[in-house]
Write a protein that binds this ligand. Structure first.
Ligand code: GLV
Length: 325
């Protein structure tokens, strides 16, 4: 019971109670405020395990302070906040929480697709502002979802779950991925399409790739110029995959029709962000996996990863697999 862990955000009591059965637990207690960097730098010097969130930059400088750290458990599927190569070099395991959030994130992706295409937020504002005077033939007309073409960029678990939803709307589903997924093509009736072709052919484009050096600014000026002018872009992965300045230009110039964004380059994003000034953009504060049940499942999975790693067992989801032996 001499192992120490640090939790970087206040968590529900039942999670803390479970971790306390195994470890000496310290936690940043201030409700919904990220731990200040200076405190994290102090804490990381002492602990064996870190329970962290995507709001913490676990970079080289921080890792250099860690003397005993054996595992970083990130309560997220994405781990672009962590310098994985450096952690691996130092023999520190990194774990994440895929799987449990797949369906919830696919639900949010599809909700954003529908809300954007049918202008739900604009319509709600219109009514609340007392502008609704009569039923009108072309009032707040949007884009049809049923029967249209969906392009999924990044066919991981969430991409497949979005494809299943799209099939229920009789959409033609195309996907682009680094490697072809023949099983998914068979199972879901979806079609592999080269990158530029998927941009040209899709009415809806869902961005579901992880954020890496290779995917940074994957969607920028050239890519927008290839898209249909009725295209709706939905991004629920990471903000950095889409060049926000070029997205703004594309929306203002009518190169694409609308965008639904759950993620931004800088989070939390400022309300002065130019994209927020546009009516054809729906913005959400990174809530892809935010159902209560799923967030609890993520917290429990992160707990399990931490417990197993520090017991010398293989965690449920190890990111740097090379450390598994
Ligand atoms: C959320 O964005 C996650 O990566 O889980």
């Amino acid at each position: 019971m001499d192992r120490k862990i640090y939790i970087t955000r206040r968590l529900p009591d039942e999670i803390v109670a479970k971790l306390s059965k195994y470890f000496l637990v310290e936690m940043w207690e201030k409700e919904d405020t990220p731990v200040p960097r200076s405190i994290l730098e102090e804490k990381v010097k002492e602990v064996d395990g870190l329970f962290c969130l995507l709001t913490e930059a676990i970079d080289r400088e921080l890792l250099d302070q860690a003397k005993n750290l054996k595992v970083i458990s990130n309560m997220a599927v994405g781990y672009n906040n962590i310098d994985i190569n450096y952690a691996t070099q130092k023999g520190i395991m990194v774990t994440n929480t895929p799987g449990v959030l797949t369906e919830t994130t696919a639900d949010l992706t599809f909700s954003l697709l529908m809300a954007t295409s049918r202008r739900l937020l604009e319509a709600d504002q219109f009514l609340r502002q007392g502008k609704w005077k009569t039923w009108s033939p072309f009032l707040l007309t949007g884009q049809d979802v049923f029967g249209s073409t969906l392009g999924i960029i990044g066919l991981g678990q969430i991409g497949k779950a979005v494809a299943r939803r799209a099939k229920g709307f009789n959409m033609e589903v195309l996907y682009y991925n680094r490697s072809r997924k023949f099983d998914a093509e068979q199972e879901l009736g979806i079609h592999y399409t080269e990158f530029e072709d998927i941009l040209r052919q899709s009415d809806f484009l869902c961005i579901l790739v992880p954020f890496t050096k290779d995917t940074e600014n994957l969607i920028s000026r050239k890519q927008f110029s290839l898209m249909k002018d009725n295209a709706v872009l939905v991004n629920t992965s990471r903000g950095g995959v889409v060049n926000e300045d070029e997205l703004y230009n594309a929306l203002v110039n009518g190169d694409i029709w609308a965008a639904g964004l759950d993620v931004f380059n800088q989070e939390p994003t400022s309300i002065d962000h130019p994209l927020i000034s546009l009516n054809n953009v729906i913005t959400l504060p990174h809530i892809g996996s935010a159902s209560y049940g799923t967030r609890m499942r993520m917290a429990y999975l992160n707990t399990e990863n931490l417990i197993r790693s520090l017991a010398g067992d293989k965690p449920v989801h190890l990111v740097n697999e090379e450390l598994s032996n």
